[in-house]
Ligand binder design. Sequence first.
Ligand code: NAP
Ligand code: ZN
Length: 333
Amino acid sequence: MVKAYAASKAKDPLKLLDYPALKELGPFDIEVKITHCGICHSDLHLIDNDWGNSLYPLIPGHEIIGTVANRGTHVDHLKLGQRVGIGWQRSSCLQCIYCLKGEENLCNLQEATCIGHPGGYAEKIFADSRFAFAIPDAIPSSHAGPLMCGGITVFSPFIEHNISPLMHVGVIGIGGLGHLALQFARAWGCEVSAISSSKDKEKEAKDFGAHHFMLHEALSGLENHFDLLLSTSTASVNAELYLKTLKPKGILCLLGAPPENIEVQIMSLISQRKIICGSNIGSRWAIEKMLHFAAFHQILPKIEEFPIEQVNEAIGKLRNNRVHYRAVLKMQK
Ligand code: NAP
Ligand code: ZN
């Protein structure tokens, strides 16, 4: 049996639950002994069933770090005892045109680590080794988890949209994703603005790499300002306001996934060819690149570590926007 923490229904506190271990590893499977797991806000959306697709009992956790404890017959690229990370995506078909192109995160048959499968708030996980990634030595296990979802999500728009160092990037919402976005944008060479609802985050936002800090209110006075706006906030999105602050051909990229819809007037997009788009995590290739980039530029999350037994305290803090900046669960040895 595997010890894990699960919500039995929407918005419930998590409770200890035992579930049966996989009887036999498939050829590409690995068993991972989990040492750490980040708490992404998507876990909280899932616990609360904000998106209407949660399945209970729900074992959250998709910023997973651990060591390979066992491996299937076809697993060559990961060794026993090796440190690995597992993020949001647990599988894809590996055969469709998107998978063949290296865009597994666009595959129609992709599966999420902790929807309908037990996630990482647990002592171990059984995973497809092709969606597990070696962690560079320069990244400590305590800090690696948040890169596996938060990190790749804010990194991949820089590749997808050919962001150049000549550009001004604004990051809305300085939480788990946002504080990593500031670091990646700065290392990318861009001019960087942090846009927050919390005045007390100014100093740390600048320490993470922001050249400028502003409260949301300040956006209403801006026009022709940003080339790329990354919206990572869990608050509802004021798309009209954000679009107005963009330069011609500027991009509003939605990463945060609050359940509310957005409303946009068509002319706000037409007249200056502005772009509004969403982005989900990143491909396996991008995850490898992101881990290398983070290790090389020493991009690490600022974390608050909680023993797994205190998972509900950590979630309570996240609910109240009081985590600076990513809660990470530490498993029992
Ligand atoms: P987080 O750590 O809770 O940060 C969210 C930030 O939103 C907060 O720090 C806060 O920043 C801001 N915020 C504004 N109003 C808020 C409110 N009423 N309640 C709470 N926060 C508020 O969350 P996260 O882990 O970074 O995740 C952010 C969003 O991205 C979530 O919706 C998550 O599901 C989504 N996500 C998407 C992907 C993807 O693939 N697209 C991947 C991972 C996560 P300020 O204090 O600076 O305003
Ligand atoms: Zn996540």
